[in-house]
Design a protein. Structure first.
Length: 269
């Protein structure tokens, strides 16, 4: 399955190293050194989570770029040292170190950067705006796209939406009962983390649910906003311009994530 696509919709998984995938996704006997090569040809994007826990080497970003096909995209979860702090306005040094760690080596394969906040982090308008003001617009000539994964109910407010839109940052749409789920668009692209994969469903999500996700993805890509998703504000009356869409099967029954991603890619084709 080719990773490049004529549409702006990319679908993927979190990482590529996961032992259960060696019995239900990767071919038997596939060397671990070839797992990224394989995964990047059966999905169209991967969210890298290792960048959240520690600094990656510049050479690693370059290797990941070279091992994946044209059109493939990596999103990166930003360092936790920037987001898991009491005062977000003091994250400047951590943000600078992360952005300068070599991620620009991904070149055109650099997708959105995910800034994930703790589920206990409440919305403080002044501190949060100070954080957003620290996010750089580019690195080494590459435009950066930022997406905010906010996980406390206090973010479900028009004040937060207005602030994210002011700085052009997207907001993660989380398909989950564990975290706030709202589909209001705040940036120039859509980023979804789908967390309801079931272990006893071969494709992770039931076929009808995958059909619904496919319809939402197509609507988002065309600039529309699905009306049947949870929201803070009513959807706008007029469609926006076409936009990129990134959807990742994350958490839940992770062993089913690749099957869910491939099933969705097939529907979108």
């Amino acid at each position: 399955m080719a990773a490049s696509s004529a549409t702006s919709i990319r679908v993927g998984i979190g990482g590529w190293t996961y032992e259960p995938w060696r019995s239900n996704f990767y071919p038997a006997g596939l060397p671990q050194s070839q797992e990224l090569h394989y995964a990047s040809r059966h999905t169209t994007a991967i969210e890298i989570n290792g960048t959240y826990y520690g600094t990656q080497k510049r050479e690693s970003f370059a290797r990941w770029r070279d091992e994946t096909p044209d059109g493939f995209v990596f999103s990166l979860k930003a360092t936790r040292y920037a987001t898991n702090r009491r005062v977000l306005a003091e994250a400047g040094d951590s943000i600078e170190r992360f952005i300068g760690s070599g991620l620009a080596e991904l070149g055109p394969k650099l997708g959105p950067i995910v800034w994930q906040f703790a589920s206990t982090k409440r919305f403080d308008p002044d501190d949060f705006e100070a954080f957003l003001a620290l996010l750089p617009k580019d690195v080494d000539g590459i435009n950066l796209r930022h997406v905010l994964d906010v996980r406390h109910e206090t973010f479900k407010t028009p004040a937060y939406l207005a602030l994210a839109r002011k700085y052009g940052a997207a907001t993660v749409f989380t398909d989950s009962d564990e975290y706030p789920s709202f589909a209001d668009i705040t940036g120039g692209f859509v980023y979804g983390r789908l967390m309801r994969t079931e272990p006893d469903v071969a494709t992770g999500y039931q076929p009808a649910a995958l059909d619904a996700i496919s319809a939402c993805a197509k609507a988002w890509g065309q600039g529309a906003e699905p009306a049947d998703l949870p929201r803070v504000e009513p959807p706008p009356a007029k469609a926006a311009a076409a936009r990129d869409v990134f959807l990742f099967f994350i958490s839940g029954a992770k062993e089913r994530a690749p099957a869910a991603a491939m099933a969705l890619i097939e529907r979108l084709a």
